[in-house]
Design a protein around this ligand. Structure first.
Ligand code: ATP
Ligand code: MG
Length: 268
């Protein structure tokens, strides 16, 4: 249904051509959009239970965005009410000394989903070609070969039974201004603001370039990127919920066979 937000393999991406404020068929109808998301949320709840019960598939969801792009809000809203037993969030911060002493995929591979699990990556191995590229944390020779390495890593996960969905939450610079300002103006949101966010904001064009390279080079059939219009939070939640529900339904999952001879058993 939202195929138009999917990046085709090797499609060259110019983010200026992607409208961050798009609301598709729900333009002007936020209420209907929110109701649709609520219904999808119920379906997601049931599908996650089935995934857990069947214990066969592994699902990995990658969330990437500029600061204040809405990664946390997406997790909170899209997975609202879903049984926490089978869903985990893995957040990737600045690497620890131990992590830095290993290759960049070491910390990532360890937290990929097991059978029956959904794991959401709040930031991911893509930081190693985003912040790392923008700040020259390793030489170009090193980061430039990572796109291929990442494709190979994700291919391996997919071949071993992991369904991978990657969402880039696309906001524009004005929307970020509003959101960062709100983090300063509202005392309850101060904790979300780091002075360093301003330095990153100043590097907006460099980050957009780095994102364009990621989207153009690492969207594959087995691990596609979706560019989600994210200026409007309710539409962002709707689109991600829809893609997730459709993908899980496509797995054709079934509850495991019941043990034989259950009929007629009465508990006393
Ligand atoms: P929010 O978006 O809500 O502010 P956050 O994900 O930004 O949450 P922070 O603790 O503010 O969480 O930031 C984590 C920081 O870690 C980011 O600036 C990110 O770029 C950085 N980071 C993540 N992975 C790496 C990496 N491999 N190398 C260097 N920095 C990294
Ligand atoms: Mg931050």
């Amino acid at each position: 249904m939202y195929e138009r937000y999917r990046v085709k393999p090797e499609q060259e991406i110019d983010l200026n051509e992607w409208d961050p404020a798009d609301a598709g068929a729900f333009e002007g109808d936020k209420k209907a959009g929110k109701e649709a998301t609520k219904k999808l949320n119920k379906r997601l709840e049931a599908l996650q239970e089935l995934l857990y019960a069947e214990g066969k598939h592994k699902v990995l969801i990658v969330l990437q965005a500029m600061d204040s792009g809405g990664k946390d809000g997406t997790i909170r809203h899209v997975f609202d009410g879903v049984n926490p037993q089978g869903v985990k969030v893995a957040s990737f911060k600045r690497p620890t000394p131990e992590e830095l002493a290993h290759d960049y995929l070491w910390r990532v591979h360890k937290v990929t989903p097991g059978s029956g699990e959904i794991v959401i990556f709040n930031r991911s191995h893509y930081e190693d070609v985003l912040v790392v590229r923008v700040h020259n944390l390793v030489p170009e020779k090193v980061w430039s070969r990572r796109y291929e390495q990442i494709n190979a890593f994700e291919k391996q996960l997919a071949e071993e039974g992991t369904t991978i969905l990657k969402f880039y939450l696309h906001i524009d610079k004005d929307e970020q201004k509003e959101r960062l300002q709100a983090r300063l103006d509202e005392p309850d949101k101060n904790w979300k603001f780091a002075k360093g966010d301003l330095a990153e904001r100043a590097l907006w064009p460099e980050y957009q370039n780095a994102y364009e390279a990621v989207l153009s080079r690492t969207s594959t059939d087995h691990a596609p990127w979706y560019i989600i219009p994210a200026n409007r939070k309710w539409y962002r939640n709707l689109v991600i919920s829809q893609i997730l529900v459709e993908t899980l339904e496509g797995l054709k999952m079934e509850y495991p066979q019941a043990e034989e001879g259950l009929e007629g058993i009465v508990i006393d």
